[in-house]
Each structure stands twice: as C-alpha cells, then as structure tokens.
Design a protein around this ligand. Structure first.
Ligand code: SF4
Length: 356
C-alpha cells in the first residue's frame, strides 16, 4: 500500500501551485484533491493505533514557535524513565511508536539507541518511528561523527522509519528568523536523502500559519517533491498548523479554510508521496475530519499521550479512540481501515466500534 504512487501526468509547477494556493475557490481545490486521493486509494481512509513517546522536553535550543521545550528548573520540565516509556508501549494493540523529544545531553545518542533496543526486544512486532533530522544532526554533533553513521546505528538498533518533524518551513529566511540554532532547510533535506538512500523511509511536515509566505509554502512542497523524485522514501506528508500558545508569532491559529487549502494543495503538488495525513493535535478534530474530503487519506492516530501540541494549547485531545476515528471517517463518507506502521491493513484488526 505504501509505494504505488506515480507522479501525475500533469504536475503543478510553481506558478500554478501559487495560483491554486491564493486564488482557487476552496471547494474546487478540495474536489480536485479529493479526486486525486480517490485515484490513489479509493474510498479508504486509514488510521493507526499508535503511541507518541516524547522522552523529555528539556532542550538546549529555543525555537521561537515552541511551547514544548523547557530548561532545567522550569515548572513544566520533565524526563521519562525507560520503564515508563516501555510500560506505555506494552499494549499489544499499539502498532507504532513515534519517538521524538527535546535535545538534551542526558538524552544523548547512546541512551536513545539503547531505548530503541529495549523497545525492540520487548515488542519485536512494533513499528518504531524515531528521531527527527534535527535529533540526528544533534546526535552527530555530540558524537563528533556524521549523520550517515548515526542513521546506520539507528537502523541497527531497530528504527523502522524517521518522523517528518523539524522541517518547519524549508526557507533560509524563516530558519534565520525563528530557529537559527538548529539545522536549516539544506541539512534537513540532506539527512532525509541519506536516510532514503540507506533504505530508511521517512515522513515530511510543514509548520504553517506563522510568518511564512505563500511562496515559501509552495517552495517547501516543491523541495519535498524534488527529493522524492531523486531519492524516494517519503511515506507521508503531515501539514502542521501553527498553534500560538504563549509564543504569539501570529495572533491566532490558521482557520479551517486555510488548513484545508494547505491539505488540498499538498495532495495535488506532492503527486509522488503516497499519503497525506490529517493530524488532529494541530488541525483539531473537526478540521481533521473535514480534511478527509480535501485529499487526506490517513488519520494519525490514537496517539496515547501526545505532549508537544498539548503544551502549545491545542483544544484537541492528547489521545484519540479508535471508535472516534472510525466515526470521523464514516461521517466523511469514507471507509475506515486500521493500518500498521507501513500503511498496510491490519489483518486481524479488532472492530473499532468495540474499541476505546
Ligand atoms: S522545536 Fe524542538 S529543537 Fe526547537 S526548542 Fe522545541 S523541542 Fe527544542
């Protein structure tokens, strides 16, 4: 289910993409994206029983849009133990672990890969999605090695896929303005390209709704599409709506029409990326449900205990039930399918309507 995407015969170029983002009637854009989604996977919309693991929010950086990170002594600083993390992954119905956290010397590379090895030993069947390109670059710097060596070690430890976080907006201007200390667009692309070349698939994100321009959104999508042409390996694209929290780069989060416009544009521009996710923690439950008729084909996920967007003040729940996702998908006129970490249907899925 994960690698059948072919580029469309007619690709949106930069001008057409920008015109669609700015001028296309919203419902028409949504219909085009929904048609494309249906051509790719019919009426099926997938969801996953997963758990987000954010080992610590202690972070040496201070990105201007981030409400999650903490410094030592902050009231909201926390660090989980390995045993707490393993206990959260013990439920055999959980198919996927999504591991990302703050960058902190005590959560260095050895400890992080040791955690992956413990999870792998305890749950050989679990799909482990771990460590963003930002974390890979940090580990490489701390270990005085290169990103490729870090990626090889991650694979050896049992990592199955890289998450898509840390891309923010692939723009040198936004990088300078909001997160100059951590990796910028070129290094993010380089690390994902290396991962793909090593056979490690990944996801990609876009954080929109703060200081970025329309041109920067389109250029972001085009850079992802170029990378996928050159070194295939993206499994999905996840549009992340900025939540102001206490950071206030924008007075309010992007509204539903803007979110749906970005979802639809992504489905049309990223014609070589198999999946577009509707991610409830940033879109909110109602907009995520609407996104299923604007080109998104996956709801991510039960979450377990998502923390990053909770700190940013999302109104969405930190955990979702399979029952609710099933209902959202049906109400969108689509057919719910429980999937595993590589987007294959779960053969012996327990009925979502009986699940919590
Ligand atoms: S976005 Fe990530 S790297 Fe930046 S401050 Fe927050 S946790 Fe740290």
């Amino acid at each position: 289910m994960s690698s059948e995407t072919e580029p469309s015969a007619y690709r949106l170029d930069r001008g057409a993409s920008l015109d669609a983002l700015r001028n296309a009637p919203l419902l028409e854009l949504g219909r085009r994206a929904f048609d494309r989604k249906r051509a790719l996977c019919g009426d099926r919309v997938t969801y996953v029983r997963n758990r987000h693991v954010n080992p610590t929010n202690l972070c040496v950086y201070a990105c201007a849009f981030c409400d999650f990170a903490a410094k030592r002594g902050d009231d909201h600083a926390y660090s989980l133990t390995d045993d707490e993390i393993l206990a959260g992954l013990a439920d055999p119905s959980i198919r996927e672990a999504h591991i990302v956290g703050g960058l902190w010397p005590k959560w260095g590379f050895d400890r992080s890969t040791a955690l992956v090895r413990r999870i792998r030993a305890a749950r050989p069947d679990l799909h482990i999605k771990a460590f963003t390109a930002v974390e890979v670059a940090y580990f490489a710097r701390m270990e005085q090695t290169d990103a490729e060596s870090v990626l090889r070690e991650m694979i050896d430890a049992g990592v199955d896929m890289m998450p898509g976080g840390g891309a923010e907006v692939l723009s040198a201007r936004v990088h300078r303005a909001l997160y100059p200390d951590k990796i910028g667009p070129d290094e993010w692309i380089e690390i994902h390209e290396k991962a793909h070349c090593l056979g490690l698939p990944s996801n990609a994100t876009l954080l929109f709704g703060h200081i970025e321009t329309d041109e920067e959104i389109v250029d972001h999508l085009l850079r992802l599409r170029e990378l996928e042409d050159r070194a295939p390996g993206f499994q999905s694209f996840i549009p992340l709506a900025y939540l102001p929290g206490t950071t206030r780069l924008a007075p309010r989060p992007p509204g539903a029409p803007r979110c749906l416009r970005i979802v639809a544009l992504a489905r049309l521009v990223l014609d070589n990326v198999p999946h577009v996710k509707a991610y409830t923690p940033t879109l909110g439950v109602e907009t995520a449900a609407a996104a299923l008729t604007f080109g998104a084909d996956d709801l991510d996920g039960t979450l377990g205990h998502e923390r990053i967007m909770q700190y940013a003040g999302t109104a969405a729940p930190a955990a979702m039930s399979a029952r609710l996702m099933d209902r959202m998908i049906r109400q969108a006129g689509q057919t719910p399918v429980e999937r595993d970490g590589v987007f294959d249907p779960v053969a012996n899925a327990s009925p979502a309507l009986a699940a919590t």
